[in-house]
Design a protein around this ligand. Sequence first.
Ligand SMILES: *Cc1c(COP(=O)(O)O)cnc(C)c1O
Length: 429
Amino acid sequence: MTKLREAQPHLWSNPDLLPVEEALNRLPLKLDDIQAAEARWHRFAPLMVALFPELTVTHGIIESALIKIPRMQHVLEMGHMVGVKGSLWAKGDHDLPVAGSVKARGGIYEVLCLAENRVLEAGLITDSDSYKAFCNPHIKDYLGRFTVSVGSTGNLGLSVGVVASALGFKAVVHMSGEAADWKKRLLRDKGVDVVEHRADYTAALKAGRQQAANDPQMYFVDDENSQTLFLGYSCAALRLQQQLVDADVVVDLRHPLFVYLPCGSGGAPGGITFGLKSVFGDAVHCFMAEPIQSPSMLLGLMTNFEKDLSVYDIGLKNDSAADGLVVGRASRLVGTLVRHLVSGVFTVTDRMLFRFLYWLEKSEGLRIEPSAAAGFAGPLFLMASPAGADYLSRAGLRDHQSNIRHLVWMTGGRLVPDSVFEGYLKSHV
Ligand SMILES: *Cc1c(COP(=O)(O)O)cnc(C)c1O
């Protein structure tokens, strides 16, 4: 707790991690639920092509590439004088179509669920119809009676707003103080009502939740309490499983996958962790990454989410250039679901984020936003800190380190305007 309070970057290993079978048996969600979510994505695929022509090449499925990044691995090693054993990979969610961030997996999924439920209830479509029918004016008009609302630090609002307006819903996004201006502008251009809050994410969420509670036609995508978002994110695991097969990469206990996931409220990294553990079992090790001033998931896990503490309560500022990760109180729902699945959490400084972002652009030509750079500290902590060494030896991997595949989940960047990205590059010192 001292390192947390003193805002020192460090790796925390989760003492509550359990063997996967035991952990999953305790959960109300199963692999079946992930498969059902995946089936829903496929039902909507023909419609998604019609709404978003950029999805034609993937037949309506929103997915990103799995990328090997050896040059970045080399730069990380040189920059930190640390040998990173094993190979370094990235999951390219920074480039996810339609929404440009990992939020495409959760936010879009929840809006599709809502649309499906409303239209089935009203009898405007049946199970056997092609979902292209959602393009019919009478269905769009019907959905236009409802408003989808969401609180966001930027990217969740983008994903929800873009798909909600494409389906005909009205949309309201409650943006917290750190949300970037370009994200607000992009949404307004799509006809989304953007409400700007000076306060932090927790406050923006609360305002949105209250507004929706007073309006029966308004549906609130609740990032702190949404199992639907969680399941949308979890489908990433099924997709990754196939990508690894296609890349001839075997994942087993002796050839483990270490995954590093930037964490804000917890929905994205939590849902992905649940999916990965369900698919790869104990062969996958999932770590979350948070800014030193916003380690809300770490605080929640350390205290068992019992005291409902926020990072302010331990004297931190809840502030970072990683806008997507500036969350003072993580989702207790998610924290409770992943408590026995997460291997650990590490914290990073903004300086580290900008360095990783810069190196990645120089070495691999990939452009990510600051939040998406947080995971790159993971392999360094594993390989070069006492907590990392301890984790590897407890996992029985000390002698198998060169078999590790380090997978950094890059969570956003595609929509960042060039001028804003140039500013990020200059923030590297
Ligand atoms: C939202 C976000 C995250 C974290 O997701 P949570 O569900 O809030 O934990 C990570 N990276 C980026 C770029 C994001 O926008």
